[in-house]
Design a protein around this ligand. Structure first.
Ligand SMILES: O=C[C@H](O)[C@H](O)[C@H](O)COP(=O)(O)O
Length: 224
């Protein structure tokens, strides 16, 4: 938790008054949001869009002013967590099921900063769980199509029932043994009828704050 806390808090320092900010979801982004709430009470003047109902609840509790996509079609910065980060900053997200709103918010952000602890760093995405959000209608057919792409899958459950996302969809937790080209896999998943989106975030993050036992290390996208 300490590593997540230092990463989350360090990234929050990038937020300045006047910014329009995307607020991520999960146990690491939580620390960013709490820090933002503290700074708002001290006078930080921002508006924010949350990436999940859970984050929206937390932001409201903390008194962070919220806005919406119509009033605020672009954001300056989004800070969010991730389940896996490669050396070239390709990501897996959606461990908490928030991937679709997270991707929508990241897609309108000039900058996406990711906050993780060092357990999330991987050399490649091969063999890791990739959440895929699918519409409930004919989800078994969608799952078969994912198998045809080479993935194994498991329907995510909570308390013995299918897990339902904030957008009223299901999550298939998929595993592809060999992910040589994450961008290609993301494209193939996206083109699969029944798939809403995948937790593969390709070329979206520019910087990652990694919490380690020695402090926070910043990783930048190679060439940026
Ligand atoms: O759906 C959830 C999000 O993508 C989270 O940002 C991701 O799962 C990382 O969460 P945590 O910081 O709790 O490990």
């Amino acid at each position: 938790m300490e590593k997540k806390r230092i990463a989350g808090e360090e990234a929050a320092k990038r937020i300045q008054s006047g910014m329009r900010v995307g607020l991520g979801t999960g146990s690491t982004a939580y620390y960013t949001i709490v820090e933002v709430g503290k700074r708002v009470r001290e006078g930080l003047d921002i508006v924010a869009i949350p990436t999940s109902r859970e984050t929206e609840r937390l932001a409201r509790e903390l008194g962070i002013p919220l806005t919406d996509f119509r009033s605020c079609p672009r954001l300056d910065l989004t800070i969010d967590g991730a389940d896996a980060v490669t050396p070239d900053l390709q990501l897996i997200k959606g461990g908490g099921g928030a991937l679709l709103r997270e991707k929508l918010v990241a897609s309108i952000s000039d900058e996406l900063i990711i906050v993780v602890d060092d357990s999330k760093l991987y050399d490649s995405l091969s063999g890791l769980a990739i959440p895929v959000e699918v519409v409930p209608f004919a989800w078994e057919t969608t799952a078969t199509r994912i198998e045809q792409l080479g993935g194994r899958w498991k329907l995510r459950e909570r308390n013995g029932e299918a897990f339902i996302t904030d957008n009223h969809n299901f999550i298939l937790d998929t595993v592809f043994d060999e992910v040589a080209d994450p961008a290609d896999l993301a494209r193939r998943l996206k083109l699969t009828t029944g798939v809403v989106d995948s937790g593969l975030f390709i070329d979206m993050a520019r910087e990652v704050a990694v919490g380690t036992a020695a402090g926070v290390e910043w990783r930048k996208k190679p060439g940026v």
